[in-house]
Design a protein around this ligand. Sequence first.
Ligand code: PMP
Length: 395
Amino acid sequence: MFKDLFHNNDEWAYFDNAATSPTATSVINSEYKYYEKMRANIHRSPHELGQQATVAYENARETVAEFAGFSSPECIFTRGTTESINLLAYSFCSDWGKDDGIYVPSCEHHSNMLPWIELQQRQGVKIYWLEYDNNGLIDLDNLQDVLKSTQSISKRKLLTLAHVGNVSGIEQPLEKIAYFAKTFDCYLHVDAAQSIKYHTYPKADFVSFGAHKMYGPTGIGALCVDQKLLEKMKPWQVGGGTVDRVTIGNAVYSEGVAKFEAGTPNIAGALGFAESCNFLTDIGREKAKEYSKEIIQELNIIVKGLNCEVVNENSDCICSFISEFDAFDVASLLGSQNVAVRGGNLCAEPYVKRISKKGVVRASSGLINDEKDVKMFKVALQKSLDTLTKNSNKE
Ligand code: PMP
């Protein structure tokens, strides 16, 4: 139905959209247009080309910010979700110490764990690991208890979590979570890597996401920050573009988002990012979500029919499953039949280790998929499991 919107490789059933999604043709065209017609640096060059590129880049910022529920002066371009979270940790929390607390569910993607573990090791910040069930759903009673019991211990608090998890595709009840965060004076950071396609976040203090899982280019993302908090944040990487004045031995940094974007940024990527937002808006984010969900439901039925256990049956975008065989072997055999999925710890080792000794196979859907892909998946999974069964009988 949507396949024609991509430079599509018909030989593959691409079910690895949660790792990265194919790039929409309109996104590629928008980057091409920059390289062909507007190739100049931004915010520095007085000539016409430089001005056109600057206007296009700043318009792109506005589009991306609005897509996330923020305004343009609140949107910092980064290399992706991981860099956004590192920026948050290094900048906003640069002077946090042992009296401050970070609240993190222990089922998170490594990108939303390691920057906080680093902060703990470097600055002594206390991490409170939060409970979740096997579907990856945060335990709200535990969250409330931990926030309550540490209310007077932690001076500054940040709750950081993925809205949609990358292992089970579970969607956390963000309204309630935001309410608890507010009640207990806790800043809220949402890792929206998997969810930004379908959601906006006007109530969060910070939101991290990238373009490459929403049909945009790789190497570009954003950290959106409530403006009042952005003003308090210090630059973390400095250089050209971040300063108003420099003397020998001193620098006065720019106000606003400029102080976080050192050097020449990924200009073409920003334009492609904005186009990926327009692409999804034009299709309709709700419609795209429903389409993805229908495919996942078909995959869930196939997987269960082959005696595998689905981790969470209610996801819009992910069908993760556990079989009696090593997940990497299953994923490799599917790959050898041109069905692209992922298998293993999925960059969320603590969670995956808790639910399976053999890792998890993850099939993730998107607009590129159609019924032909679903059929290919069915045939290939059956064959992969048969092969592994025969091999294990031989041993
Ligand atoms: N958080 C989650 C929940 C993810 O799924 C991913 C990507 N797999 C990341 C963070 C990292 O995103 P990026 O590749 O944009 O840095």
